[in-house]
Write a protein that binds this ligand. Sequence first.
Ligand code: AMP
Ligand code: ZN
Length: 476
Amino acid sequence: MTLTVYNTETRSKQEFVPVEDGKVGMYVCGPTVYDDCHVGHARTYVAFDTIRRYLEYKGYTVTYVENFTDVDDKIINRAAEKNIPPLVLSENYIQSYFEDMERINVRKATIHPKASETIPDMITVIQGLIEKGYAYMANGSVYFEVEKARDIFGKLRHQSLEDMRDGARIEVDMEKRSPKDFALWKKAKPGEISWESPWGEGRPGWHIECSTMSWKYIGRTLDFHGGGMDLIFPHHESEIMQAEAYTGQPFVNYWLHNGFLEIDKEKMSKSLGNFFTIKEVLGRYDPMTLRFFLVYTHYRSPIDFSDAAMDEATSSYGRLKKLHRMLNDVVGEIEDGVIPEFGAPDDDVLKLAFSIKKEFTDAMDDDFNTRIAVSTLFKLDSEVKELQRSGKIDQSNAYVLLSVMDELTGILGLEFIYEESSIGGELAEGLVQILIDLRKKARDNKEWATADLIRDRLKELGIILEDGEATTWKLT
Ligand code: AMP
Ligand code: ZN
């Protein structure tokens, strides 16, 4: 099946045709590095990492560029509060970002350019825009004149310039010819980090960063440009205007925007204060469970984040882990690089493996529908249970099923890592005993729900309670 993708620009699903055969150039807006990332950020980067993995699975050579916005008001203000240079602050959070992403198996981009390292290129583009009559200087700053690009405006927002009221969602600034104009270059305030330019000391605006970095590392027309839905306007709309005004060529062929991760129907964000950092969440849940939770929703749909939803993900992912473990145990140890000789697998097992793979890839070809793709893995689990009941899960059949499972979960970036079950020393053993005592107390008080909850949660951690004269425990 051919790959179709939903393009925000055309508001429809379109067949994907790359600019250059066999290659994909993809740019994703990176984080503004002034703090640790929250799980809303994880949502976005897991979504695009999965898309990238699938494109590679289909055989494309993908150039994946994701920037760091390391020059920005929020960074400057936070650095001033902490009394450290802005670029030191941003570097710390870049490292924190990489740590978080590695844990949830988000691969590094082909290149992660930093805004602070691309300033000469941005100055060249801004100069070009002034020469072409799309930008003007005012008091040491440079603005893009939106009126001049009225033919380009509105591709993503789907509104004409007239439909946009002056001052709506944009600050009114006396320096600008129109409130709709946006800064390409901002004059430095005294004492603020700045770079030299033909217009004096200053720093670039946010939108020009991304256009410049994407051209520099991919080329004039990108196959994909992505980010969260909040970036559609003004960020991406402004990027299109700058880019197409400067090059006269289409900037992006397919715009991809993911839905938000929400809490109680509100976008998780630093400014609303309704956020949990990735580090916090990984203190409570396994990294692969978090990744599973994120890919078990189509990238354009919103995700509701809650303890209940994470607990549900723990149990659903647990089902896949159990399946993988069982197949792995049946197959046994295989030496790296050795092709095992198990004898021929059964026809119905081969058919099952083939049909699961087809359903999975059909779902991914339909605008990267990971929700349906994951559900085919649950189907595999049910079918394998059937085969198990009829005694068909021998080594060769298990090997076929395990291979297909690894191939497909790899596209989703899910990994199954086995560590020998162990429990860490006296402290952990003491804690299990406390929980057993509390459960006994709950049972004595006929608080059955609490008692069951303790037993079930321990079971999820691989600790099985056995009731006898006294309750004992063992590891699965
Ligand atoms: P920022 O650091 O705020 O510029 O955001 C970096 C990326 O994360 C952007 O693509 C945002 O759209 C995305 N993002 C921020 N918050 C959320 C959220 N709650 N859900 C999904 N994506 C988000
Ligand atoms: Zn951007």
